[in-house]
Design a binder for this molecule. Structure first.
Ligand SMILES: [Zn+2]
Length: 497
């Protein structure tokens, strides 16, 4: 019995010294724990399902977005992460769709695939009428000449769609050639020049139609739909599947006596005009480095015509799961690892920009800004993480090469020297903070999934989400213990993506 205190003392000494011994880059024992936790006890599908199935579309400013943010905050708190909180900023009116009916009544009945543009106004009432097709007009003057006919009418505003999005961008993971960054441009429709197109839009606004029907360049029933708040006098605007839009327009052109029913009821929400970010962290343990931050982020908001599975419930679920894994295995990172879920990404990186403004902008925040070691963002594409875009920085690529090496069996094979745009890391890079995105697939992403009515549960595979979380946890851990530093980009003025 007398010997026990010595044994206890030894154990205590071992326990105290172990975390320090474990705080090194590339530690295989940590990786093994991350893999086991992320594979055998994964909770990533719980988060994904909550966002996609239980809550659904998470348009910024909607009660559903707020519900998702509240739920995520509570989950992060329940895992024991530190300082789980919502940070808000002024956004503007929210919007909700209560009803949308778009049907052909005569000469035969047919419901049509159609979606409200986000923040669209309601139709003044249920409209039952022959549609007016102005999309075939050769000049703006032709539309101006029938302006009186457009008041209160169901207006087909766009030419018949002939150019469709039929190819995804080059797949970065498998492409041998240089990676083409960004989505393919939307094909141009019709023959109006830009000045005439602007004039037609102006005539339509002034004419106060009952509803504007237009199409997107998606095919096979895929509909790309965005939208933003156009203020009080905006026209009710509905986006139809191209094939259905074209069918109606052709019937009108052939003088088939078409009658339609169009009824849209929407609401503007003004009781809460704030946007929200969700933040929580795993505190650092090294007295000299614990105030430095490795930030892991993804946007939680989505568009409204689907459930935002790839854009970006997958990224949000994986980022949360990465922090859960690190907490669960008892990781003691030297730097603090913080997770942030942004709102308002789809309206222009608003949440990330507001966060940067609040915490890292200007001379006053210089120290805080310089203490952000790196921002890791998860948004573009879907599927496994193959590596990272190095934003033109060869040293960063070298770091990612080394950290990715033990993950080859999980498909981590390729870091790319180029950078990408159009997502939340831009807000950080503009402030001079190094920010990176993983390389993922764009398979059917551009033609079918991105900002469409079919960005649904089916686009995502469970094994990919698990892989994403394991890779993120590992990379974030290494970034939080390394002695290396990512080079800091030149700050530049914010630009709309
Ligand atoms: Zn998006």
């Amino acid at each position: 019995m007398k010997r026990l205190p010595i044994a206890v003392a030894c154990l205590t000494f071992l326990c105290l010294s172990m975390p320090l011994a474990a705080q090194r880059e590339g530690d295989p024992a940590i990786l093994q724990k991350i893999r086991a936790e992320g594979t055998e006890r994964s909770e990533v599908m719980t988060m994904f399902d909550q966002f996609v199935t239980v809550i659904g579309p998470r348009l910024t400013g909607s009660p559903e977005y707020k519900a998702a943010a509240d739920w995520a905050r509570a989950k992060l708190a329940a895992w024991g992460l530190a300082r789980p909180s919502l940070e808000s900023w002024e956004f503007g009116r929210g919007w909700a769709l209560d009803r949308l009916v778009v049907e052909i009544l005569e000469p035969r009945y047919m419901p049509l695939i159609a979606y409200a543009e986000a923040w669209s106004a309601s139709t003044p009432r249920e409209l039952v009428a022959a549609p007016v097709y102005v999309g075939g007009a050769a000049t703006a003057a032709d539309v101006a000449a029938i302006k009186d006919k457009l008041a209160g009418a169901i207006v087909l505003s766009q030419p018949i769609v002939t150019g469709f999005v039929r190819e995804d961008r080059v797949q970065p993971a498998t492409s041998e050639t240089s990676v083409r960054i960004g989505a393919p441009p939307m094909p141009r429709q019709g023959t109006l020049n830009q000045a005439d197109a602007r004039q037609v839009a102006q005539t339509l606004r002034e004419a106060r139609p009952g509803a504007i029907l237009r199409s997107s360049a998606g095919e096979h029933g895929t509909v790309f739909v965005l939208g933003r708040d156009q203020g009080e006098n905006a026209s009710p605007t509905i986006v139809l599947a191209a094939e259905h839009y074209n069918m109606v327009a052709r019937m009108v052109e052939k003088n088939v006596p078409v009658r339609m029913r169009v009824h849209m009821q929407t609401r503007f929400l003004t009781s809460d005009t704030k946007g929200y970010n969700v933040v929580a962290e795993l505190p650092g343990t090294d007295p000299a480095l614990k105030d430095e931050v490795v930030l892991l982020g993804a946007h939680l908001d989505s568009w409204h015509t689907s459930t935002g599975a790839t854009d970006n419930a997958d990224g949000s679920a994986a980022a949360m799961e990465a922090l859960r894994i690190l907490k669960a295995i008892g990781a003691r990172p030297r730097r603090t690892i913080r997770v942030a879920l942004w709102g308002g990404e789809e309206q222009g990186l608003l949440g990330a920009r507001e966060y940067v403004k609040a915490h890292y902008a200007g001379d006053l925040n210089r120290d805080a800004r310089e203490r952000v070691a790196v921002y890791l963002n998860l948004d573009p594409g879907m599927g496994p993480i193959y590596g990272w875009y190095s934003e033109g920085n060869a040293a960063a690529k070298g770091i990612f090469d080394a950290w990715g090496a033990p993950l080859k069996d999980l498909g981590v094979l390729k870091n790319i020297e180029a950078g990408i745009g159009s997502t939340d890391h831009v807000a950080f890079r503009e402030a001079g903070i190094p920010g990176f995105n993983p390389v993922q697939d764009y398979l059917t992403y551009d033609v079918r999934t991105h900002h469409t009515n079919v960005d649904t549960y089916e686009r995502i595979r469970e094994q990919d989400l698990k892989q994403n979380a394991i890779v993120l946890a590992w990379i974030a851990y290494n970034a939080a213990v390394t002695d290396q530093k990512f080079a800091r980009p030149e700050p530049r003025a914010p630009r709309q993506p």
